[in-house]
Design a protein around this ligand. Structure first.
Ligand code: GTP
Ligand code: SPV
Ligand code: MN
Length: 642
């Protein structure tokens, strides 16, 4: 029997043939949606970007999003009729999506900074050591590879053009991006996470923009049937070209891999722009905290993925009279103003928050935010049109309901498997948060008085400490470590070094990044924020968290607040200043062994010093700034003399 060679069946072969035969798609408005902006009205650089991409990808048609509710509704209707979205009757205008089980998190191993010189993007590790501070690819070869991947990759699909603003539209601190994608799910999610709309195009004028090209990598050539969640895990790459301010992502429809305004733009590309322009783009939440006397301060906090930013950003303080308001839960763009005050904006418009663990006692404000206009991904759902995940056991009674797991299977508490994927998420508008800060869209940004680093540390690292000064604070950020979480593909409970919570998000060489952070103190006339470190995750001998966390973290914020006002409530230890006995409010707490939260035996601190020393030696042998090396020696000396 004659067999068709496998290559002939492949999408790329089909696409190449189509290209060779010049069967090129017309760049026309798609017919399945009403509304939109005409391609011909776009400014020339954008029109070229759209036309060239549509041709390369062999898109069936092109649709330029106007960001309207009508447009959103027709996309949702299409996703529902295609069986990709389930309407959740218990919520208003909210939906559930289940992805392919192979496409559930960021893929760090397939994420690349693409430049001509490797050392622009990543430090050179010691001989024989694999670098862990980002992946580099040669820009020219990666372009070639991407051209191959993208040729024909949107065959049979619509190419959507999403004009979006990171930051309030028109603010001098905001930046515009244009994302092209073949995923309706991405269009709907981007409309929540960023400011999308025709007004962005007006603001753009003839200026340049960050070019973002995304495809799920599943072309519908010939009579190939579509699948529930098209993706291409074997071929996935997420690439950033900082010099060209360009992002190209292929093969994944999930989270930070596909919502390109988030990590790719607002951290990886923006950190490069920030370095060039003298500001900072960081993986930090921003919150405002008001004391019982009505005095308000803003702080920014960097914790690695799935380590508590969303929870802290909108926490309900357990301490009477205190108030926390949320500016942002994931990313901060910060710059010093002409008075030397650090000011921050949240470039995002929504929260893409971890669902498991979220409930009315841990995060009531998130629970209230997600009641409408929310897209849930990979959570479980109940037969009465609600959602379910680990952590909702006490709040969502399951009697009389059937539960369907994130995999689409019937689920019961005895199933022995999680109902929701550990990295399942809600995508919801920030404006709906009951404690959204009145200044959250202030184009000037909010004044930052403290920076907090933190991570998941089962031992050694105390509940809170303050750095001795700016240089020491930069060392504290650089030497951060945290247990791996489900936010990326890492498996198991391993302690990873995650400097500044930016390891997967650095846009440029970490050596240069440390130097840049360190040099900030040399600028004249600045009021430098104080730098702290927190750890909510210390465990007892039975493996249980010692600290109750969540709203009780307000006790730590209170101490930080007072330290910003230079109250005499700190004592020196080898690691930094910790609260003087009695200075951390513990009234009304369940019995807790507070001493164990601050217990720092010399042996454990020695191990910490050695771990950081080895890390620097292996990962940044040549590019460690001298001042940071000095900080490490000083730390080591303090530990030896304790
Ligand atoms: P990304 O969105 O991935 O950047 O994560 P994030 O840093 O915003 O983390 P998030 O606030 O979503 O928290 C992740 C997980 O940590 C959730 O399951 C939370 O329930 C849990 N968590 C957050 N804060 C605390 C805390 O104070 N104590 C404990 N034990 N767990 C916490
Ligand atoms: C993170 O992983 O830090 C996130 C989720 O905030 S994602 O958008 O997938 O990057
Ligand atoms: Mn994050």
């Amino acid at each position: 029997m004659f067999r068709v060679p496998q290559t002939i069946l492949s999408s790329r072969w089909y696409a190449y043939t189509a290209l060779k035969r010049s069967i090129l798609p017309a760049v026309s408005q798609t017919s399945h949606l009403s509304g939109g902006v005409s391609v011909d009205s776009l400014q020339s650089e954008l029109k070229n970007f759209v036309k060239e991409s549509a041709r390369l990808c062999n898109a069936k048609d092109v649709y330029v999003c106007d960001g309207s509710a009508t447009e959103h509704n027709s996309l949702v209707a299409k996703l529902i009729s295609d069986g990709r979205l389930t309407k959740l009757d218990k919520f208003e205008n909210s939906y559930l999506v289940r992805t392919d089980p192979k496409d559930v998190a960021r893929v760090e191993s397939r994420t690349f900074m693409c430049t001509d010189n490797k050392s622009d993007s990543v430090p050179t590790p010691a001989d024989g050591v694999k670098g862990t501070l980002g992946n580099w690819a040669d820009a020219t070869s990666m372009r070639r590879e991407l051209k191959d991947k993208f040729t024909g990759c949107m065959t049979g699909r619509t190419l959507y053009v999403i004009p979006f603003s990171m930051g309030p539209v028109g603010s001098p601190l905001s930046k515009i991006g244009i994302q092209l994608t073949d995923s309706e799910y991405v269009v709907c999610s981007m409309r929540i996470m960023t400011r999308v709309g025709a007004n962005v195009l007006n603001t753009l004028g003839s200026d340049s923009f960050v070019k973002c090209l995304h495809s799920v990598g599943y072309p519908l050539f010939g009579d190939r049937p579509d699948v529930h969640w098209p993706c291409n895990p074997a071929d996935t790459v997420i690439t950033q070209f900082p010099k060209q301010r360009e992002i190209i992502s292929y093969g994944s429809g999930y989270g930070g891999n596909s919502l390109l305004g988030k990590k790719c733009f607002a951290l990886r590309i923006a950190s490069c722009i920030a370095h060039d322009e003298g500001w900072l783009a960081e993986h930090m939440l921003i919150l405002g905290i008001t004391n019982p006397q009505g005095v308000k301060k803003y702080v920014a906090a960097a914790f690695p993925s799935a380590c508590g930013k969303t929870n802290l950003a909108m926490m309900l303080p357990s301490l009477p009279g205190w108030k926390v308001e949320c500016v942002g839960d994931d990313i901060a763009w910060m710059r010093f103003d002409s008075n030397g005050q650090l000011r921050a904006i949240n470039p995002e418009n929504g929260f893409f928050g971890v669902a498991p663990g979220t409930n009315m006692s841990s995060n009531p404000n998130a629970m209230k935010t997600i009641l409408k206009n929310t897209i849930f991904t990979n959570v479980a759902h109940t037969s009465d049109g609600g959602v379910y995940w680990e952590g909702l056991e006490k709040e969502v009674p399951l009697i009389g309901k059937e539960v369907t797991s994130w995999l689409g299977d019937p689920w019961t508490p005895d199933s022995g498997k999680p109902a929701a994927h550990p990295n399942s998420r809600f995508c919801t508008p920030s404006s709906q948060c009951p404690v959204i800060d009145p200044a959250w869209e202030d184009p000037k940004g909010v004044p930052i008085e403290a920076i907090i680093f933190g991570g998941r540390r089962p031992d050694t690292i105390p509940l809170v400490y303050e750095s001795f000064n700016w240089s020491h604070g930069v060392f504290v950020g650089a030497s951060m470590r945290s247990e791996a979480t489900a936010a990326a593909e890492h498996k198991g409970r391993v302690l990873l070094h995650d400097p500044f919570a930016m390891r997967p998000f650095f846009g440029y060489n970490f050596g240069k990044y440390m130097k840049y952070w360190h040099s900030i103190q040399e600028r004249p006339g600045l009021t430098l924020p104080k730098i702290f470190h927190v750890n909510w995750f210390r465990k007892d001998s039975e493996g249980k968290f010692i600290w109750p966390g969540f709203g009780e973290n307000s006790r730590v914020l209170e101490w930080i607040f007072k330290r910003v006002d230079s109250e005499d409530i700190a004592q020196s230890t080898p690691i930094g200043y910790i609260p003087k006995p009695g200075s951390l409010t513990t009234s009304n707490l369940p019995p807790i062994d507070m001493d164990s939260l601050f217990h720092m035996p010399q042996t454990e601190l020695r191990e910490e010093v050695e771990a950081v020393r080895t890390y620097f030696k292996q990962q940044v042998p040549n590019e460690l700034p001298e001042a940071i090396g000095q900080q490490l020696s000083d730390f080591s000396e303090r530990v030896e003399n304790m």
